[in-house]
Design a binder for this molecule. Structure first.
Ligand SMILES: Cc1ncc(COP(=O)(O)O)c(C=O)c1O
Length: 410
């Protein structure tokens, strides 16, 4: 973590994302009175007076180098597991094979707990600690729970996690291993959401449900800040992002708006592409129909790409707004395509992606084919988690050590 001695918060207030109603900073908040996500607002003039890209460049390459654009007020509240920069890796061989251009993968699997969820939870747990939370609850399909459990232990806070029973077992075990109370629910994520809401109402747990507290977006926003920073305060032409609850999507779009207002980047914005799978693609379908929100939640979720298993995101209107404003679009790929793409990238480029990351590359190929992305453009695909938690084909090639080996035939 960056060293810093004193710190001034530049948060001016929080604001309802639907009505614009203002809320006071510096106290715990859930959703707005309208039941919509709250957005943290900063006094960007005061940020601009305090820091500039040259000063940022002198700091350690981690999430906390952007502290003036984060809500944590006191250094002693920071809960950190080492949120270092994640690399931007060219997928040169893959892109050549599919007739693409510059395709970069931002490999978020390198973060603590192996996923981008660490960004949101490092910041949100730090804020919860500053508010004196003693027990935090969250519904999750997996990786968010692992980050919550780890950051809570780091902070000395208890956590309670509800997962649908078909969540990846390795992640459920990991959550328990960090000392969280994790329960498998015989229902879907929305049932887990309800359990958390009821527990919060009846026994006062601190609610860390996606977009029900305002600070996970702020942590995820650092994906956008870091991307701009790594590219010399330039943004790519197009971003492919695996979209479930949409925190990252919304957070990055917010990051670009703040950087634009600060004058650290020019007017150019990337086209934001929401990637989902055909077994659960409510955002992609809503976009295709020109809707401003998801009208009917997805009922029959059939996909092994767990990060996109969200029937109706609380922030659906914010995701769709970013897609429209950026001139972006949505792509739904099949699970089969995701698996084949993941295998081909490992073979061609030596990078093991998560299914969510592979879905983004499959969507890039599909966008090249449909002409929505040109080979001359710079594209960034987000690999939101390590590929190591997802099973790979078994190996059945054997060698008998009791017999002579024909090495030339190997
Ligand atoms: C690996 C992975 N990728 C993507 C997502 C979707 O993230 P977001 O909530 O930012 O849309 C998730 C959420 O569970 C995830 O676990």
């Amino acid at each position: 973590m960056s060293e810093w001695q004193s710190f001034t918060s530049h948060v001016s207030h929080l604001e309802c994302s639907a009505t614009g109603e203002r809320y006071e900073a510096g106290k715990p908040h859930n959703t707005s009175r309208a039941g919509k996500p709250l957005i943290v607002r900063y006094d960007l003039k005061s940020v601009a007076r305090s820091v500039d890209p040259a000063e940022i460049a002198r700091r350690p390459a981690d999430l906390w180098r952007y502290r003036e654009l984060l809500p944590v007020r006191r250094p002693e509240d920071v809960v950190s597991l080492g949120e270092q920069f994640t690399p931007l890796l060219p997928l040169a061989a893959t892109s050549r094979r599919i007739g693409g251009g510059e395709l970069l993968v931002k490999d978020e699997g390198r973060l603590p707990t192996g996923s981008f969820k660490a960004r949101g939870l490092a910041v949100a747990v730090s804020m919860a600690k500053s508010f004196g939370a003693t027990r935090i609850a969250m519904p999750t399909v997996g990786s968010g729970g692992a980050s919550l459990a780890a950051y809570c232990r780091r902070a000395g806070i208890d956590s309670v996690v509800f997962c649908p029973e078909d969540s990846p077992s390795i992640t459920v075990s990991e959550i328990a291993f960090y000392g969280a109370k994790v329960y498998l629910a015989n229902g879907a994520l929305r049932d887990c959401n309800r359990l958390v809401a009821e527990g919060c109402a009846s026994v006062g747990w601190f609610d860390m449900t996606t977009l029900k507290e305002p600070y996970r977006i702020e942590g995820k926003k650092t994906m956008g800040l870091e991307l701009a920073d790594q590219l010399g305060w330039q943004l790519p032409d197009v971003i492919f992002y695996p979209t479930g609850g949409g925190t990252g999507f919304i957070g990055m779009w917010k990051a670009f708006a703040e950087l634009g207002e600060l004058g650290w980047i020019g007017a150019k914005r990337p086209r934001m592409v929401a990637v989902q799978t055909t077994g659960c693609c409510p955002i992609v379908r809503a976009f295709e129909k020109g809707h401003r929100e998801i009208e009917t939640p997805w009922t029959d979720i059939r996909t092994n790409v767990h990060g996109v298993r969200v029937a109706k995101a609380l922030g659906d209107f914010l995701i769709l707004r970013a897609m429209y404003e950026s001139g972006g679009f949505g792509v739904a790929v099949t699970d089969e395509d995701v698996e084949a793409t993941r295998a081909a990238i490992a073979r061609d480029d030596g990078i093991l992606l998560s299914p969510e990351g592979a879905a983004c590359v499959a969507a890039y190929r599909e966008a090249l084919t449909s002409g929505r992305v040109k080979p001359g453009e710079r594209a960034v695909a987000f690999n939101t988690a390590t590929g190591l938690r997802t099973a790979m084909p078994m190996v059945d090639r054997r060698v008998d050590v009791s017999k002579p080996v024909d090495y030339a035939a190997l």
